[in-house]
Design a binder for this molecule. Sequence first.
Ligand SMILES: Cc1ncc(COP(=O)(O)O)c(C=O)c1O
Length: 374
Amino acid sequence: MNISTEMLHIRVDDHGAQPAVTPLYQCSAFSADSAFFYSRKANPNVSELEQVVAALEGSEHALAYATGMSALYMVLELLKPGDSLVINRLIYGCSYKLFQRYAARLGVQLSILDLSCAQGLAALPAKVDMVIFETPTNPFLKDIDIQAVSTAVKSINPQALIVVDNTWATPLFQKPLAWGADISLYSATKYFSGHSDVMGGLVMVNDQALYQRLLEGRFYSGSILTPHSAWLLRRSMQTFELRMERHGKTTVQMLNYLKDLPYIERVYYPHIDGKQLTGYGGIVFVDIRRDLVPVYKTFTRSLRWFGTGTGMACVTSMVAQPFSGSHASMTDEEKALMGIGQGLVRLCFGLEALEDLQDDLLQAFQTAEQATRQ
Ligand SMILES: Cc1ncc(COP(=O)(O)O)c(C=O)c1O
């Protein structure tokens, strides 16, 4: 035997190791006898994460993807040319662009409706195969009655798929499948991760046949989450409830403060009905006073504790302008149709002390106001 051959095959027998947490299975391939087979199909870290999030959601199945966008893309892949897709008017900018581009390329009929009201539901097209919406919506945090949408759509086509992007409510506060959705979807990059250090997407379903179709699509597209990202997300899940509790508490205490701040004209917060939506995390929208819009940059540059990156829903606080950030890929006309102007600001409250965040906002607004006089 040659030492170079032996070196290639030396392995520690880890069966007796009994690690406190599941180690990272940073491997692409498994033995031919293993159920995991190949990490494009399944991997122990991905499977463990899927079991954890399915338990939290109360769903039969969970599938993990590389990003939230890839999860959305793979759901769209359930459509075929000639199908009809309905989306809600208020939606994340990149999702909007994805649906628009996908529908145009695949010959899918795209309808954009306000699904939060009876008039919107009455305008559903005669043929509908999939409906996708967020609730609460990004932007403006409008609530959509999942059961009402599901009932209206299924009365037209019982086979139509209801897809809820539940990223902002999280499964801790809203369980779309229990209200008639077929698919509950997440950007795990947000609260699931919570630390701005990993990207991921999640799709939860109950139906076995739908699960198999999605599983196959993920295997052939290679859109599965990496083992390392799964390991990080699994670790983040250990503090998910604690983090959300703190985000939510800070935000509720912030609401009154924001309403009384003379620099803010309006605060947007979702309606927590205690049924469909039982709580909420730490993202709100505000309309800043018109005269402060030209000095928005002075405001953000003066902030000490709020970051301005695209990250949100994480342990540190963030401020962003949807017009130039989350919805920047849309045209000005499209943004106007959503009601997104330059005075709309998104605030994400992290885990910092409440007083520090309040003081920081106050001093930054004061500095911005002074800048309007210069
Ligand atoms: C509601 C919502 N859905 C989906 C996505 C896309 O997720 P990702 O950035 O993980 O691809 C985002 C990203 O901001 C989002 O806000």
